[in-house]
Structures are given as C-alpha cells and as structure tokens.
Design a protein around this ligand. Structure first.
Ligand code: PLP
Length: 283
C-alpha cells in the first residue's frame, strides 16, 4: 500500500483529449484484492476491538465477498460463517470450495428467508444457532467499509478531474466520493440492469457513515450489458482487445463494464478535452 497508479497510454483516449490513470487496487493482495480489502480493513479492526472471534456474512454462491471474508478470517485469526443464498450444490463451486478450504463454515438460507436476512428475526435466529458474531452485510458495504474506500483518493498524488469505479451495492462509490477533496467528481458504472435504486443506496450509506451525502458523484446506467453477471459479445471483444493492448485482463462482471463505459464516453466526447480520469481497478 498504497496501490500503484499507472497511466494508460491509448490512442483512442489521446484523440479524445483524455488522460487515463489506473488505480491498481487489484494488486493489493491476490486473496483479498481491491475493494474487498478496502472494505474489510476497518471491519476487522472493529471486530477485534469489540472482542469478536467470529465473522458472519452473506452472499450468493459465486460471491467474491464470501471468498475474501474467508481469506481475511484465515489470515487474521477469526472463525468465519458464510450464509449462502439458496441450496447447497455439491461439489462446491471454486468460490465456495476456496471459502471452505480457508475454514469458512457454509450454511444455506432459502431464497425467501435470504431476502429478509437483515431483519431482526433472521439475525436473532442466526445468533441462536451460532452464538456471538460480528455481522458483515452482503457485499461488505457498511460504515466501516466506506471509511476504508474513502482513503483511496488520498493515495493519488497526481491531479485528476474524475474518478470512476464499478457499482454493485454502491459502497465503494459512496466511500470514494466522500474521500474526494474539493474539485474532482466520482462516477460509478452500474453493473446492474435497473440499478436506479443505487443512487438512493449510495446517499443512504454516506449519511449513515458520515452524516451527509455530498453532490460530487453520479451513476452511469448504460453499460450493464444486460444485467448483473450478464455479458454480450461487444463486452467480451472489448475485454480481449484491452488485454491484447495493455496486458491487463478486466473482469466482465465489474471492471470490464466500467472500462467499456469510460472508453465509450471518451470517444463520444462526453469528457472535455484535457480531462484526467482515474479508473479504480477494484478486483
Ligand atoms: C471487483 C469488484 N468491483 C466492484 C464491486 C462493486 O462494489 P460495491 O458493491 O461496493 O458497489 C465488487 C463487488 O463487491 C467487486 O467484486
């Protein structure tokens, strides 16, 4: 730490008058990369300070957050419980297999109960079953997570006008925007179809964590490629081409959609000439 900042030379951006820098949070750690580490850092500190020995969190069967929480428990000395949406499927997929190999106890909630997972009744039921635990929400986005993400802009010494990140729950964007000084703005790229609710969630997370929601951020909704974890040939082609040009493999759930969006906006002249953009590579 801090994660590296690299300029990305690309003729398409030069023609559009845009300079692009990559904030390589994907290089923070192979097992707890990117926004996972940013979000877990102050949660692990809080869990330890409060005397907890167990972390409990929620996720789908392919959740990166589940995987990263298992790794964090393994390396930082917490037992972990992963509450997974839906039924158990054996053999475990690679994400859950990784989590189990790193000591995570996997339990399953039917989809209806899972929808209510943060209700006092469901949480009380989990305490009855598992005793004391430190609760991390799905995706890890809570006030402590936002504080971790808010540290990112402070690591960037290069002046910039705009910082971009992908959005799933909006926690990364919420923290990032809070950490900006006067001047630059933050732009989130929704990885979800119909993610218009994200703006309300981001503002709510900011108010909960910091008491206010500044107006220095916005969300792009036009680069979801059909919805969460959906892809289209144009996205696959962009990711392969980007890898060939820049030797960096973007993931098609989050960072690939953001980067496609940044290039599309630049090429259609959405950024004034001379704009310096930072793209946060979240994983
Ligand atoms: C690589 C990556 N980027 C971005 C996100 C979305 O972050 P957030 O949920 O904070 O919007 C996730 C999901 O947590 C992720 O795994």
């Amino acid at each position: 730490m801090p994660s590296p900042l690299e300029e990305l030379p690309d003729g398409r951006l030069t023609r559009a008058g845009v300079r692009l820098y990559l904030k390589r949070d994907d290089l923070i750690s192979p097992e707890i990369p990117g926004n996972k580490w940013r979000k877990l850092k102050y949660n692990l500190t809080a869990a330890r300070a409060q005397g907890h020995r167990v972390l409990l969190t929620f996720g789908g069967a392919y959740s990166n957050h589940i995987r990263a929480t298992a790794a964090a428990g393994h390396y930082f000395g917490f037992a972990t419980i992963g509450v997974i949406r839906g039924e158990e499927h054996l053999p475990l997929n690679p994400s859950l297999d990784y989590a189990a190999r790193h000591g995570m106890r996997l339990v399953y909630l039917d989809r209806a109960t899972y929808r209510d997972k943060m209700s006092p009744e469901v949480i009380a039921g989990l305490h009855d079953r598992f005793g004391d635990f430190y609760l991390l929400p799905e995706g890890g986005s809570n006030a402590a997570a936002l504080r971790g993400c808010a540290e990112i802009p402070g690591e960037i010494s290069q002046p910039f006008d705009l910082i971009c990140c992908p959005c799933g729950t909006g926690g990364t964007l919420a923290g990032l925007a809070h950490g900006l000084g006067a001047g630059p703005r933050a732009l989130g790229f929704s990885a979800l179809k119909g993610g218009q609710f994200l703006a309300r969630d981001v503002a709510g997370l900011q108010r909960e964590a910091f008491g206010a929601s500044p107006e220095n951020w916005s969300i792009e909704h036009n680069f979801h490629f059909g919805g969460f974890a959906r892809r289209k040939p144009a996205l696959d082609q962009f990711i392969s081409d980007f890898q060939a040009r820049h030797a960096l493999r973007l993931n098609w759930v989050y960072t690939g959609k953001m980067m496609y969006g940044i290039f599309a906006l630049a090429e259609r002249g959405a950024f004034p000439a001379g704009t310096a953009v930072v793209a946060l590579i979240t994983g």
